[in-house]
Design a protein around this ligand. Structure first.
Ligand code: OOG
Ligand code: MG
Length: 262
């Protein structure tokens, strides 16, 4: 750790205010270039503590920057993880109020729900498949609190990986009944196809993203608890949305999910 606890708390509070007031801030490393990985996750966990203190519930975990498309778009090359809070949840087909967001973008993601806890290190794709109850389609709406969506990895980890809203839909399927790697994904905005991908775009297999999460958590002596909902990361680039847009993500075998923006 490079930053004092008081600074960690102050930065978490700043990120929280930026989210609540929809006003962007400069990335943390501009003012605190010495921030290390531990500091970055410490700020994220402080943000998570503050959410829970306000009565929001932890409803899942997410991986980010797990596809080449996303890494290239953001100019970074390592996956990261964050948390999902109950205030991020949207109903399928529901409306997202853009006036409460800074510069939202959408991503199509495959999500897992586990029936058995997963503990790293050395958690494998096979362990993930054995522990998975079902997979389900999701759209994530990300909204970096940093000006112009510009950040480095440590700053985005502190900002809970740009998390802001998400929706699940389609139909849950047993993991044995789908071929996760060749599972086709079509992302549409206003009825037009804007991106396509296959499950393998995410670390070669979206189950590898869940395994990586278990292994990253193990570094903090944490694990993925039974019953956890996990989003595996955008399979394509993220796309900006504005009021009036509607977005649908269609997933082979597991159905579609959509959101409107006003
Ligand atoms: C970081 C969050 C990335 C994903 O699915 O890759 C993420 C960002 O791109 O702002 O949620
Ligand atoms: Mg995402």
């Amino acid at each position: 750790m490079q930053l004092p606890q008081a600074t960690i708390e102050q930065l978490a509070e700043q990120l929280e205010s930026a989210e609540l007031l929809c006003s962007d801030i400069v990335k943390i490393t501009d003012d605190h270039p010495q921030m290390d990985w531990e500091d970055a996750y410490a700020i994220q966990y402080e943000l998570r503590r503050r959410k829970q203190a306000q009565g929001h519930r932890l409803v899942g975990l997410k991986m980010g920057l797990t596809s080449f498309a996303k890494m290239k778009q953001m100019g970074v090359e390592n996956p990261i993880y964050g948390f999902l809070s109950s205030d991020y949840v949207c109903p399928d087909g529901g409306n997202v109020d853009c006036s409460r967001l800074i510069h939202p973008k959408v991503e199509a993601e495959i999500a897992f729900v586990l029936h058995t806890a997963l503990k790293g290190p050395n958690c494998t794709v096979a362990d993930v498949l054995a522990a998975t109850d079902f997979v389900i389609p999701a759209i994530e709406v990300i909204d970096s609190r940093y000006r112009d969506f510009k950040f480095d990895l440590k700053s985005v980890v502190a900002d809970n990986c740009s998390s802001s809203r998400f929706v699940t839909g389609g139909h849950a399927r047993r993991v044995q009944d789908v071929d996760l790697r060749s599972l086709g994904i079509v992302l549409e905005k206003n009825g037009e196809v804007i991106a396509t991908a296959a499950g393998a775009a995410v670390l070669g297999d979206p189950a590898a993203s869940v395994a990586m999460l278990a292994n990253m958590l193990a570094e903090r002596d944490e694990y993925i608890a039974a019953g956890t909902f996990v989003m595996t990361g955008g399979a394509t680039e993220a796309y900006s949305v504005e009021p009036g847009d509607s977005v649908t993500a269609r997933f082979q075998d597991i159905g579609s999910v959509s959101l409107r923006f006003s």
